[in-house]
Design a protein around this ligand. Structure first.
Ligand code: FNR
Length: 357
């Protein structure tokens, strides 16, 4: 029996299988509002058989968007527009989830195909916020360091967005604390030079994420799971590392986080990353073994047997796929055939299911 197609129970929710759509920015929103693109894109992935469909990084405040074209969830119109995708995803038997995010100093960029680096003010850019006034790279807009009121505002924005996510019908919230965005910027000593209670040692640097998670957990129903995405390492000497990620994951588990989605990198523009198939899986394995909570493995997972082995070896509870699902949104249905799992195709596609793949 394929493990990839066994359900995963987390609190009162059961994912129908262990395949999740990794969050992927589409740069197709208008004023943070989901468009037809999102319905077709996310809906197609649900038709393709993924058990959990996570939205792209969805900003909790306007200044927390990576680009002006990102999804947002700071008003009710945005929640209402996302509701259409949510209902369609659920109609296909998949679970709708949302990644809530704040880009911090990496905000105010153009969509990748429109340019790179910070957007100038005259072209729709803004001055981002961060733990410290340190730009991401040369030529990037220097951020403003958040004061305590600003930090309280960030926490409240995550809480408000979680409320709206629930109203929209999402069943999983993932807090984005990876890839060099705001919450990761607080974690890493390379980007957090604060001297107040939100900086300094491990306790101070992890405080904002712990406070965000505790506040979101307070309003997110006990029957529904909460995920956190971490960059398990900055891949830089003196930066955030795997030992700290294990310690943090234990603290997050105590705060009611159900799964840590284990990615890496993104804090600094240049890092030596040993890219290769499943290169981040060891992070999921160690955090799962030592922190005592479920983990998600992500990064260059493209093959059904590879995904199956990750679960069989106990390295993770869930596999998240990104680019492979852009190449082939019906990868899960094909994987089921390859692994000889009985998975029903959408009724309208059933005649294709009987053919060869
Ligand atoms: C991403 N990634 C990403 N990660 C995240 O946490 N939030 C996001 O919004 C995005 N956006 C995004 C857009 C696009 C177009 C790509 C390709 C990637 C990273 C993604 O979720 C995943 O972690 C990586 O792509 C590695 O997994 P794959 O693609 O090797 O399966």
């Amino acid at each position: 029996m394929s493990r990839l197609f066994q359900p995963l129970a987390l609190r009162g929710l059961t994912l129908p299988n262990r395949i999740a759509v990794s969050p992927m920015c589409q740069y197709q929103a208008v004023n943070g509002v989901a468009q037809d693109w999102h319905l077709v894109h996310l809906g197609g992935l649900a038709q393709g058989g993924a058990g959990l469909v996570l939205t792209e990084a969805t900003a909790v405040v306007p200044e927390g968007r990576i680009s002006p074209d990102d999804l947002g969830l700071w008003n009710d119109a945005q929640a209402e527009a996302l509701g259409r995708s949510v209902r369609f995803i659920a109609s296909q038997g998949a679970v709708p989830g949302i990644q809530l995010a704040h880009a911090g100093r990496k905000a105010s960029n153009p969509a990748p195909w429109k340019g790179s680096g910070s957007l100038p003010a005259g072209m729709g850019g803004w001055v981002p916020v961060a733990p410290s006034a340190l730009p991401f790279d040369a030529g990037w807009t220097a951020p403003t360091a958040l004061d305590e009121a600003g930090i309280a505002g960030v926490i409240q924005a995550f809480v408000d967005a979680a409320h709206r996510a629930l109203a929209a019908g999402f069943q999983v919230v993932e807090v984005h604390a990876a890839h060099g965005y705001l919450l990761h910027q607080f974690l890493s000593p390379l980007s957090n030079h604060r001297e107040d209670g939100y900086g300094g040692g491990f306790e101070g640097r992890t405080r904002l994420l712990r406070e965000v998670v505790a506040a979101v957990r307070d309003v997110w129903p006990g029957r529904l799971p909460l995920f956190v995405r971490l960059s398990a390492t900055d891949w830089v000497e003196g930066g955030w590392n795997l030992d700290q990620s294990v310690a943090l994951a234990k603290a997050l588990s105590d705060l009611g986080v159900d799964l840590v989605d284990c990615s890496s990198g993104g804090l600094v523009p240049r890092a030596d990353i040993p890219l290769g198939p499943g290169y981040q899986v060891p992070f999921a394995a160690r955090i799962r073994a030592e922190a005592g909570l479920a983990t998600g493995a992500v990064g260059l997972i493209t093959d059904p047997e590879q995904a199956e082995a990750i679960l069989a070896q106990g390295s993770a509870d869930l596999v998240l796929l990104g680019r492979e699902l852009l190449r082939d949104p019906r990868w899960p249905l094909r994987a089921a055939q390859a692994l000889k799992a009985e998975v029903p195709w959408p009724a309208s596609y059933a005649r294709a299911a009987r053919g060869s793949v």
